[in-house]
Structure formats: C-alpha cells, structure tokens
Design a protein around this ligand. Structure first.
Ligand code: ZN
Length: 206
C-alpha cells in the first residue's frame, strides 16, 4: 500500500459528510474527538473541509497518536467477592484517613497490583496471601457477595494480567490475595511508613 506523508497546509480533496459533496480540504492540526465521543486526540494532522471547517479525514501518519491516546483510556476491572473483602478495603481506607470514601479502594488496589507486578513485593507473598485468604475467609454457600468495580489505567490492567500469567491465579484470586495482603499490612501490622505513604495518596487521589 502506498502511503503519503502529508504536511500542514497541504491541499487535497475529500467527500465532506456535512457538506455532502466533494470539497477541497486543507491539512491542519486539530484536536480530533474519538468516534465514540469519549475523549480527544490533541494536535493531530487532519484534512479539514475548506467549506465548513470540519475534520473530514485523518491520514495514516496520525493513526499512532490516536492509538496512544486510546491506550490512556480507562479499563474496567470487576470481581464478585464475598462481602468481607470489600469490608477489608473500606476499613483500611478508613484507618488511613477517616474522610476516605469507597473511591480509595481503587488507589489501594492499584498501588498493590503495581508493586506485586513490578516485583517490589515478591510473588511468594502474593501466593501466601492467597493461601491465607482461603483459610481465613471461608466461603460459605449463599454468603453475601458484593461487586468490586474499578476503572484503572491500561498500565494497571496489564499489571493484573502479568500477575495472573505468572502465578496462574484467576483475576478474582489475584484480587482476593491483594486484598488479604492489604489486610495484613494496613489493618493488622499498621506498617507506619506504608500508612504515611497511603495518607499522602489519599490526599492526592481520593
Ligand atoms: Zn464541509
């Protein structure tokens, strides 16, 4: 396939959906909204209709920038958990700062997922946490379950994927293990340096 590199100010022709005709266009830098309307890509080169000033086409050279902007979008992570796991997150959030809301669940989870995935916290600790969680929080048939739903960055979604691949735990099992580790560190051990760090995060993010 032949590709052309377009430059700012260059002229072309295209069908404009708004003008409903073949129009002359000029390549200009524009902020282009995603087709689903959620977010925009800044300053990419686009063919702009000379009649109505709307973006009518985006050249191939602008595609990587669109992809990059898409990457920065949020990804939902969901799990149905025994209610006790959400209580653990919420008590930990409360202990860090009594004004924290359930929004802080996400901050706690992202920090831990990233630290486990990066190796800052060893994999063995996650595996042990999984074992302890199963022993400690026995799951009785018909016990109340609640949904943990978080929108995270693609980077954190990737961290979760890494942990699943490298431990063979399911997504729900990784999430339970992480929450159990949060219980150990924050609620049980009340590690001072960690609590201080989380206190700062609660000011910034929650
Ligand atoms: Zn037009």
């Amino acid at each position: 396939m032949k590709m052309k590199l377009y430059e700012e100010g260059e002229k072309s022709k295209a069908i404009c959906a708004h003008c409903r005709q073949l129009v002359s266009t000029t390549f200009l830098r524009r902020d282009v909204p995603f087709s689903d309307g959620k977010g925009t890509v800044k300053n990419i080169l686009a063919a702009v209709c000379d009649v109505c000033d709307r973006v009518v086409a985006v050249p191939a050279q602008s595609t990587p920038a669109i992809r990059e902007a898409r990457q920065k979008e949020v990804k939902p992570i969901e799990a149905q958990l025994p209610a006790i796991y959400l209580d653990v997150l919420d008590l930990a959030a409360y202990m860090i700062d009594s004004t924290n809301s359930t929004e802080f669940r996400k901050v706690l989870m992202m920090l831990y997922l990233h630290r486990f995935a990066s190796g800052e916290y060893p994999r063995t600790r996650l595996i042990n946490a999984h074992r302890s969680a199963i022993e400690h929080f026995k799951e009785h048939r018909g016990a109340a379950r609640r949904r943990l739903s978080m929108k995270v960055t693609p980077r954190i979604a990737e961290d979760l994927r890494t942990l699943m691949d490298e431990t063979t735990l399911s997504q729900t099992e990784v999430i339970k293990s992480v929450i159990y580790q949060i219980r150990s560190d924050v609620i049980e051990a009340q590690k001072p340096a960690l609590l201080k760090e989380l206190g700062v995060l609660s000011i910034i993010y929650a």
